[in-house]
Design a protein around this ligand. Structure first.
Ligand SMILES: [Zn+2]
Length: 134
């Protein structure tokens, strides 16, 4: 068993190996494969297997620099999605404030929930925003 393990370690030396993008691709592949168990779609099957082959190619690729760039791009995308989801969750659970998007810089302004028409100043860009709160 140790012999096999050592051979595998030697094989993986200098290769990309599993990273976050690999894990995301495996998750997407699994979901697509499970859906295709019921859907029996040729397109979905081809897509999921193409994704699986690409995932394995990335894992065993020796071009670590290029795979690192792909992984970094994915991590940035993931971070944006998590930030957006986190903001949405906060907006849904916070009953004492309302959230408005600045028309100039797209930053979210957290305002106290007082009914009426108010003027708010964006702390990021200084834009004056007229806000109607019901
Ligand atoms: Zn602004």
């Amino acid at each position: 068993m140790d012999k096999f393990r050592n051979k595998f370690i030697a094989f993986m030396d200098g290769r990309n190996g599993p990273d976050r993008l690999y894990k995301a691709f495996v998750a997407v592949f699994t979901v697509l494969a499970v859906i295709n168990l019921f859907a029996h779609s040729l397109i979905l099957g081809v897509l999921s297997w193409a994704l699986f082959i690409w995932t394995m190619f990335r894992c065993f690729s020796k071009n670590v620099y290029k795979r690192g760039l792909e992984n970094r791009a994915y991590l940035q995308l993931e971070e944006k999605a998590v930030k957006k989801f986190g903001m949405t969750k906060t907006m849904l659970t916070d009953k004492e404030h309302c959230y408005k998007k600045c028309s100039r810089c797209k930053a979210y302004l957290r305002l106290p929930k007082r009914s009426g028409t108010h003027t708010a100043v964006c702390p990021k860009c200084g834009e004056k925003i007229t806000v109607k709160i019901r």
